[in-house]
Write a protein that binds this ligand. Structure first.
Ligand code: ATP
Ligand code: MG
Ligand code: MG
Length: 349
């Protein structure tokens, strides 16, 4: 049997490890001491993401390396490629981990983000507010997730406060999109370039964190599915991406507005575990191992995924009592506000 190396010990890596185990692979998790425990994988290395020695020993111990999140320093990961294949490729990581790179890249392929500007100083922020107008959102270029590293700006005199709030980090200013619906395209691209993609869920966020993903999405989303999926496919091919790739969109008046991408399995794809023929996790494992991809067809009439955030996980007895509800708890020891502790998928049979 082969061994798959996974960078990161959060729930995404854990669900990847479960899918890998089902297909007969062993997994080796690499994560810093501060990362959560992953009790699913038999092998674990605790070391920093910039520890070149530990990383190369890890890469030598596995047949392929993948990662569960994009917020890892690029250079040490790229350096693993000669030791073991890294999927998705370093190009996907470099593009998706920086908002300036991802927006430019997607624009170059015909995608349309909200109006945006790169911002590296308070003066540049003030100029960007002049150009884009209010309301707008200031986002750190790197290392943001679950709405962290963002500040909303409703009037130009808030520039200084917003700049301080994000810690004066390199950032982008984006025009605020007055959207009614938000959705995502989750696709898998195989080693041979084959692409399969899932039906787009309607994604609802609360406080910057995904709350629910619902399949099927309403007609307003369905109407923009083809254009969004075509763009996502172009992005995947241009990156020579291997594995799952996710693009987030708002339903705009004139077509899909690109928000951001993730070079990995995605929270808005969790419904696929019970709601699709092949889950996003299994398709990711299939892709990086060079296996044929599985069907992305929806099972039954759709599904709704609800995140269990903070203390929500305590509702587990009620969830277990529901018919057709599938409970997933991530085994995290401490529930903090805003922390994703698990999710529930309700399948519509
Ligand atoms: P993730 O956990 O998805 O990586 P993130 O921290 O990278 O999140 P974004 O996806 O940029 O954050 O933003 C989080 C949410 O905030 C979006 O899903 C959307 O609901 C809202 N949002 C972000 N940008 C805009 C915008 N320009 N206009 C309106 N709403 C926005
Ligand atoms: Mg993001
Ligand atoms: Mg997002």
């Amino acid at each position: 049997g082969s061994t798959i190396g996974i960078l990161g010990s959060g729930q995404l890596g854990r669900m990847l490890a479960i899918a890998a185990a089902q297909l007969g692979y062993r997994t080796h998790i690499y994560a810093p001491e501060t990362g959560p425990a992953n009790d699913v994988s038999p092998l674990m290395t605790r070391a920093r993401y910039d520890d070149a020695g530990a990383l190369s020993a890890f890469a030598r111990s596995v047949d392929v390396v993948t990662y569960e999140f994009e917020n890892v320093a690029f250079a040490p990961i790229a350096a693993l490629s000669p030791i073991a294949p890294v999927h998705p490729p370093a190009m996907s990581l470099a593009t998706a981990q920086d908002r300036v790179n991802e927006k430019s890249f997607v624009e170059g392929l015909g995608g349309r983000p909200a109006p945006w500007r790169e911002v590296k100083s308070l003066a540049e922020l003030e100029a960007a507010i002049d150009a884009i107008g209010c309301p707008a959102i200031l986002k750190t270029s790197r290392f943001g997730y679950d709405g962290r590293g963002q500040a909303r700006i409703t009037a130009p005199d808030q520039a200084q406060a917003a700049w301080d709030a994000i810690g004066a980090a390199p950032a982008v200013l984006e025009g605020f999109v007055q959207f009614e619906h938000e959705f995502s395209i989750v696709l898998a691209r195989g080693l041979d370039g084959t692409i399969v993609s899932y039906a787009p869920p309607l994604n609802v966020h609360k406080d910057g964190i995904l709350a629910t993903s619902t399949i099927p999405a309403p007609p307003q989303v369905a109407a923009q599915w083809t254009e969004a999926a075509t763009l996502a496919g172009r992005v995947a091919a241009a990156l020579d991406h291997v594995g799952i790739l996710t693009l987030e969109f708002f339903v705009g008046a004139d077509g899909p507005v690109f928000n951001e991408m993730a070079p990995r399995v995605h929270n808005s794809g969790h419904w696929t575990i019970e709601g699709a023929v092949t889950s996003q996790f299994e398709n990711h494992i299939r892709a990086i191992c060079g296996l044929p991809l599985g069907s992305t067809d929806v099972v039954g009439h759709g599904a709704e995924m609800e995140n269990l955030i903070g203390d929500d996980w305590q509702r587990w007895p009620d969830v277990l009592a529901e018919h057709d509800a599938h409970l997933h708890l991530y085994g995290k020891h401490e529930a903090r506000p805003g922390r994703k502790m698990g999710h529930v998928t309700r399948v519509k049979r």
